[in-house]
Design a protein around this ligand. Structure first.
Ligand SMILES: *[C@@H]1O[C@H](CO)[C@@H](O)[C@H](O)[C@H]1NC(C)=O
Ligand SMILES: *[C@@H]1O[C@H](CO)[C@@H](O)[C@H](O)[C@H]1NC(C)=O
Ligand SMILES: *[C@@H]1O[C@H](CO)[C@@H](O)[C@H](O)[C@H]1NC(C)=O
Ligand SMILES: *[C@@H]1O[C@H](CO)[C@@H](O)[C@H](O)[C@H]1NC(C)=O
Ligand SMILES: *[C@@H]1O[C@H](CO)[C@@H](O)[C@H](O)[C@H]1NC(C)=O
Length: 146
């Protein structure tokens, strides 16, 4: 019973991540530097939903897989078929750490995450998340107080 529950959770997790689009970069050994322009790249895994079905997506930089804190919005209205987005990483976004990750999502509860990776050459603090991750896809439910 317990094992079944665990398997169910793992399957759900995998299907959430690997449906439609897969973030290829940043990955586990990636190091981003504050002050640099860094790339987010993704690919079509040919699973449903298709890139066209997904529609425009927003890209957020997140920190802490347990608390899923939004650090900054990197991009809005990104076309999935671009497969690429370049963004300047400000120096003041938060403390250096190896638990940053990228979240891409649309307004229709489609969401995909990158692997966690490292950002250096930054300083600052990150506001703890005040709302559940699942509700951040709604345009009226922005995380934090910004
Ligand atoms: C660190 O950030 C500063 C300020 O943006 C920048 O000038 C410098 O090139 C960055 N250092 C590295 C190693 O990227
Ligand atoms: C980002 O992509 C551009 C274009 O492919 C490339 O010239 C650049 O070196 C990449 N930057 C990084 C940090 O990988
Ligand atoms: C989500 O909806 C809001 C409000 O309609 C809009 O401003 C935003 O651009 C949409 N985001 C995406 C990724 O389509
Ligand atoms: C998550 O946030 C709570 C409340 O802000 C904090 O007590 C907890 O230590 C955080 N968890 C992690 C893993 O940072
Ligand atoms: C967002 O807020 C505006 C103004 O309060 C409201 O008219 C709109 O219906 C809300 N949209 C959603 C999706 O909750």
């Amino acid at each position: 019973m317990k094992l079944f529950t665990v398997l169910l959770c793992i399957c759900f997790f995998i299907s959430t991540i690997y449906a439609g689009c897969v973030i290829q970069y940043p990955y586990a050994n990636t190091v981003w530097m504050g002050g640099n322009t860094e790339n987010v790249t993704w690919a079509d895994d040919n699973a449903s939903p298709s890139m066209l079905e997904i529609g425009d997506m927003q890209i957020d930089l997140m920190k802490d897989t347990n608390n899923q804190t939004k650090v900054i919005t990197l991009a809005t209205l990104v076309h999935p078929t671009d497969f690429f987005f370049a963004c300047l990483i400000p120096n003041n976004i938060g403390p250096e750490g190896d638990d940053y990750f990228v979240k891409m999502y649309n307004n229709n509860s489609y969401v995909v995450y990158s692997h966690t990776f490292t950002i250096k050459n930054i300083s600052g603090t990150v506001q703890p998340s005040t709302s559940q991750p699942a509700t951040t896809d709604n345009a009226n439910n922005t995380v934090g107080t910004q």
